[in-house]
Design a protein around this ligand. Sequence first.
Ligand code: PA5
Length: 434
Amino acid sequence: MKLEYNDALFAVSQTELDAHASLAVAAYQETIQKSGRGNDFLGWLSLPEDVSEQDIQDIEECAAKLTAQSKVVVVIGIGGSYLGARAVIEALQHCFKPMMRSDLPTVLYAGNNMSEDYIHDLLNVLDENDYSLVVISKSGTTTEPALAFRVLKQHCEDKYGVDAARDRIVAITDRARGALKTLATQEGYPTFVIPDDVGGRYSVLTPVGLLPIAIAGFSIRKLLDGAKAMRKELYDNADFAHNQAMQYALLRYMLYNQGLKVELMASFEPKFFYFVEWFKQLFGESEGKENKGIFPAGAIFSTDLHSLGQYIQEGSRQLFETILTVEHAHSFVNIPFDEQNTDGLNYLQHRSIDEICHIAQQGTCQAHVDGQVPNIKITIPEINEFHLGELIYFFEMSCAISGYMLKVNPFDQPGVEAYKRNMFRLLGKPGYEK
Ligand code: PA5
């Protein structure tokens, strides 16, 4: 993974960055020495190493069992109990997986919305396909997944019988607390534990992400290897000049202090749509508190060049852009020669779509820099488990450093409770009358 920021230096110079490097170093030290706010939620720092061979085998075994008996596996969860798995699966799987014949089950998602039509349509799919359920909630009490699980559990028991349904349901939750833990124990569901010291949005390298990713047929070993490699890189390089997480975090911080309050995480790779969603949650929930924080926005180009492009180029100057880019595609699609050349595209005949896309990216970045939008580039050689593992650890570390530079606790989310309290009061939940 490579971080480049030459196209941001017109806004913050290298000299300014170097002059403020000690801020990033201090926040980095606060993170790795576990001396800052929220330091009881820093278990993710050592996760790639902490997942043991036995843990991996247990997850792979469970995935193999669910895979063998299911055309569909529904992953039920929200926020950190959902986005990491989906980010990795959608980046790795065939773009049209549900339409392809495959021995692997299709992973579908529930519990991340409260749309009656969505759950109804999902039940239609489950009527017609053999399926299993993986229900994920650290607190075990989040309303959206709990509601979805109640409906899907009932459907599963009606379809397969109460005993056989137990063989099709796996719970991932807290070691001891919460309604899901109680239910899982009562029903005897196989259960994986989310470590106490790992918060939701930092939990993709626990069973929360690893089990769904293994079910989708991808190597959790390579994913963990990528995260380990990035951890080593970031731990071995405790100086600003060689630590890409510190550099990215400080750059963001200095752009923010210049009034650029929105980071647009953009990619020309549509497979990164959910990775960008995961990034938005990681940074938004970690930094956005005490009236501070960069607003994390997302875009997939070229699609969004034809919707947000105008704003990026000429709208309010409050943006900087981070482009997530992939050096090489896995495949090649021939651009055919056309005798008539009515569309005038014969000049592109010997080029790959990937090459054209990279040139489009270059042109876009130049235009945005001309429009005074600082541009940061994060590049991986190709999309695979290893490089996704690297990216995950890189962003987690950068986010912790960023949060500490902003002087907030990057590991809590007190603001998320406000909507829940109102919702419970309006729904008449006992205990929430006032
Ligand atoms: O990052 C977080 O902690 C949150 O986004 C949670 O993951 C989300 O609210 C879901 O919580 P839970 O896993 O307890 O159901």
